[in-house]
Design a protein around this ligand. Structure first.
Ligand code: ATP
Ligand code: MN
Length: 479
């Protein structure tokens, strides 16, 4: 097929009239045997195609059904109808693909997000999901643009690794063994020496450790790839397979790190506001309608676009973990026992309810929390002078909670190995990592941003399953 189609988005933006075009797309609706709403995925705005009465064969008209694919050539003319400036007066209509309207699962009515999740192979065809995935694309593009413009090197870290970066142990094993009959040691344990890689391996939970290796030579690097966590948490913000952006910078301290993260988030949101205005307006309206179903006190004070503009125009609130604990402890919420987990002592990990309280109720803007207790953070975070806290920073966003986790890394060899020993992390297995602290170590820092959480934030979707094409969650790996 000689593809000489014009995208509907271009036609509508162009606004000029009286010229011939070819369009291809799918039928959304067909009214009065005359008016076809055609969509080609470039925009949620359908092109009105007019099939003049009497001009087309009944056999062709019969096949113009919801979901059918068409090629139409004709003339762009000023529209007489309301709602659009131009329309396409069809000269020739070719059916590229039929669609049995009776059996087509997407009817021209509102479907619930839950139902659409079950037919995720078709949900791209709805306005909501088309807008979400165009926005997701723009965000991904902006990520690369931001780092490229700043001179960062895009690093591809391995998907299969033998290390557990977080020490959290929520890993998917990778093996080539016949699971009914794996090689065994004399004591009956599994003998990974006989496995494909000659050792136990897993899907990566983070590219950070490898990122640090490259940062110690290329200075500014970032990864953007899939990560996997076998955490059995069936929440609206956890996936088993998600995409993470992890920049790692030499000659950076915690403050440099926070500055970069804040600039980065603002940049990609601004870029998307500038390039996907229509989609964000559509999603904003969708959200406003969804919010109407909620009781007054649960509704957000700002609309989606308002919220995004607020984020790019205001500084994130920065405070220490210790200050945050103080605020939470003294909050009415805590006193009236409205938290499921009450805040009593310094040292506890913050639950999502606490993060959201700080962001949504107390500060009403994104918050960067720093200097967490070392006991609730990873081994590689730089130890502070007080001996109790580490140079960590988490960025918390309204409606989402934690969106970024980062830190200045411990570059002092003795401090690092000391901490690894305390936490029972093998210095032998990570000897390659320790080499960066032996040969020319420098202060360095980095962070991880969960891409889907960002897409959730920007699109206003409350469930993370709705911002990735094919979500992987406990007991679900469809399509
Ligand atoms: P959480 O406390 O929300 O589980 P985490 O502390 O496990 O997050 P990190 O290990 O710091 O998260 O990972 C970095 C970022 O990756 C997080 O800030 C978050 O944006 C994202 N993230 C972490 N786990 C998931 C997940 N299961 N699904 C989607 N995104 C995730
Ligand atoms: Mn987690």
């Amino acid at each position: 097929m000689f593809n000489n189609r014009t995208r509907i988005k271009e036609l509508i933006a162009n606004e000029s009239v009286n010229y011939e075009v070819i369009v291809m797309g799918w039928v959304r609706t067909f009214r009065n045997n005359q008016f076809i709403a055609l969509n080609d995925g470039s925009t949620n705005n359908n092109l009105q195609v007019v099939a003049e009465l009497g001009k087309f064969d009944e056999s062709v008209l019969k096949r113009i059904t919801t979901g059918a694919a068409l090629k139409v050539s004709g003339e762009i003319i000023p529209s007489l109808g309301k709602g659009q400036k131009i329309e396409l007066k069809a000269h020739l209509i070719e059916i590229l693909g039929d669609s049995d309207a009776e059996k087509y699962p997407l009817q021209p009515k509102k479907h619930s997000l839950e139902f659409l999740r079950e037919i995720a192979h078709l949900r791209f065809r709805t306005n909501t999901f088309a807008a979400i995935f165009r926005v997701r694309h723009t965000l991904a593009f902006a990520v690369h643009k931001f780092f490229n413009d700043k001179g960062f090197v895009y690093l591809h870290t391995p998907i299969i690794t033998a290390s557990d970066a977080e020490g959290a142990g929520e890993m998917f094993h990778v093996t080539n063994f016949d699971l009914t009959n794996p090689a065994k040691n004399e004591d009956g344990s599994i003998n990974y020496k006989e496995d494909f890689f000659g050792k136990a391996t897993n899907l990566t939970v983070s590219g950070q450790l490898e990122g640090e290796l490259a940062a110690m030579a290329l200075a500014d690097v970032y990864t953007f790839g899939p990560t996997f966590r076998a955490e059995n948490s069936n929440t609206a913000r956890h996936l088993a397979e998600f995409w993470m952006i992890e920049p790692e910078m030499a000659f950076y301290d915690l403050e440099d790190n926070m500055n970069l993260a804040e600039e980065f988030i603002k940049y990609i949101i601004k870029y998307t506001l500038e390039n996907n205005k229509d989609d964000l307006e559509f999603l904003s309206q969708r959200l406003a309608e969804e919010e109407k179903q909620k009781p007054q006190h649960e509704r957000s004070e700002m609309g989606l676009i308002e919220k995004l503009e607020f984020v790019i125009n205001n500084n994130f609130e920065r405070l220490t973990y210790t200050e945050a604990i103080q605020i939470l402890k003294e909050s009415n919420h805590n006193k009236k026992k409205k938290f499921q987990y009450l805040i009593e002592d310094w040292g506890v990990d913050l639950q999502s309810e606490h993060e959201r309280y700080l962001v949504e109720k107390h500060f009403k803007k994104p918050v960067i929390l720093t200097d967490y207790p070392k006991n609730i953070k990873a081994f590689y975070m730089r130890q502070n002078e007080d001996g109790k806290t580490v140079a960590a920073m988490d960025i918390l966003a309204p409606g989402i909670g934690e969106i970024v986790g980062g830190s200045q890394r411990e570059e002092r060899l003795n401090k690092l190995t000391e901490r690894m020993n305390e936490m029972h992390i093998s210095t032998e297995e990570l000897d390659w990592y320790l080499d960066t602290r032996r040969f020319g170590p420098v202060p360095h820092a980095g962070f991880g941003l969960g891409f889907e959480r960002l897409v959730q934030f920007v699109t206003g979707m409350s469930n993370i399953r709705d911002v990735i094409p094919f979500p992987r969650t406990p007991k679900s790996a469809e399509f």
